[in-house]
Design a protein around this ligand. Structure first.
Ligand SMILES: Nc1ncnc2c1ncn2[C@@H]1O[C@H](COP(=O)(O)OP(=O)(O)OP(=O)(O)O)[C@@H](O)[C@H]1O
Ligand SMILES: [Mg+2]
Length: 347
């Protein structure tokens, strides 16, 4: 067995990792301009407007929000905090995360109201931007509490991030009307934009001469607007080429890499969803072209068989919409009239 490859293509692996902080943000000028309009009042000491960033996976929402926090600090001296609501789904854990970032002393007590009080005192009228990424991952009750209370802090602007704007419309009315965010859509990248993103990363990450412009354009075309898939494909293709002891990445490496990046995307997305989303996805995958009513009946039958408490019918529609929004499932209208939809998975 050979443990070391003679050919080294991946010169700097970190640059292709998910956590790599983007230095140059491409093709997001329009969104940055809109977020700038929302937050500008904070630079004049006023309360800013809140922003709601939404769009499909891999459209650069997290990268843009993180980039923005860095710029706010370096160019306007304004503090920003990034909270991932998938990792911190409750109001308590969000407050905990903010307290840690602000190095607030004495906020470790086990009470949400105590923490909130401490935060109010600590901030007074100080200016702060809080990014709440993956806000849809907090349970509805917690999500309403997080947004209602954080919005109440005088100098604080909220940037909420998730795949859909429906999550905003599902908030309690009192939270919706208070928050009243500027909704900013992140469309998927064009192949040319993805090429630029890949080109920059490749220059830093890969050995000179290991790839060609044509190869990056092929990946940009396959990635279907998703920057995560594009970068993953490049990384996997470089691994495969190294393992074959090639000094250059070839087209067949790209195609194999793309297939596994697509599988990885499904795992990545399904990992963040509830067991009920995953069950619905499985049922659709096993019964391609299933009608919405049949899917609901099959779902209830499976729940009965596994002694699982089913979700309500309204939630069922929301969950199906979520699978569609994430690009895991497609829904076609099954009849000319009416709302019957036919579901199948996207390969
Ligand atoms: N405009 C860009 N310039 C450079 N790199 C980018 C850009 N947009 C996205 N990326 C990179 O692509 C990957 C995916 O982007 P990001 O995590 O921001 O997507 P997202 O819209 O937040 O997706 P999700 O909805 O799944 O959370 C990251 O590695 C990110 O650094
Ligand atoms: Mg994200």
């Amino acid at each position: 067995m050979q443990w070391h490859n003679e050919q080294v293509i991946l010169a700097n692996l970190d640059v292709l990792s998910e956590s790599h902080a983007v230095e140059e943000l491409y093709a997001r000028e329009a969104q940055l301009k809109e977020i700038g309009i929302c937050l500008r009042p904070i630079t004049e000491g006023k309360k800013p407007m809140n922003a709601w960033l939404h769009g499909k996976p891999g459209a650069g929402k997290t990268a843009t929000a993180r980039w923005l926090l860095k710029k706010l600090k370096s160019e306007a001296g304004i503090r920003g905090i990034y909270v991932n609501c998938w990792e911190n789904p409750t109001f308590f854990s969000v407050l905990d995360c903010i307290a840690r970032e602000l190095r607030m002393l004495g906020a470790e007590k086990l009470s949400t109201s105590f923490k909130l009080d401490r935060l109010k005192k600590h901030l007074s009228n100080d200016r702060l931007v809080i990014v709440l990424d993956e806000i849809d991952q907090s349970p509805p009750k917690e999500r309403n509490a997080i947004l209602y209370n954080l919005h109440d802090l005088p100098g604080v602007g909220l940037v909420c991030v998730c795949n859909s704007e429906h999550v905003y419309f599902d908030l309690e009315e009192r939270v919706q009307s208070r928050l009243n965010p500027f909704r900013i859509f992140f469309e998927q990248y064009s192949p040319e934009e993805l090429f630029k993103i890949l080109d920059r990363r490749a220059q830093y990450a890969l050995a000179l001469g290991a790839y060609s412009e044509q190869l990056l354009r092929t990946i940009a075309g396959l990635a279907d607007g998703d920057a995560r898939i594009a970068i993953q494909t490049l990384k996997n293709a470089a691994y495969l080429a190294e393992n074959d002891n090639h000094e250059k990445i070839r087209k067949h490496h790209v195609h194999r890499a793309w297939n596994s990046a697509k599988d990885l995307k499904k795992v990545f997305l399904l990992r963040k969803l509830t067991d009920h989303h995953c069950l619905l996805y499985e049922l659709i995958a096993k019964n391609g072209g299933i009608l919405s009513g049949d899917l609901w009946r099959l779902y209830l039958k499976t729940c009965r068989a596994t002694r699982t408490k089913p979700i309500a019918v309204r939630t069922y529609s929301q969950y199906c919409n979520k699978l569609v929004e994430l690009g895991l499932v497609q829904a076609k209208r099954a009849a000319i009239q009416g709302k019957v939809r036919k579901f199948s998975t996207i390969q």
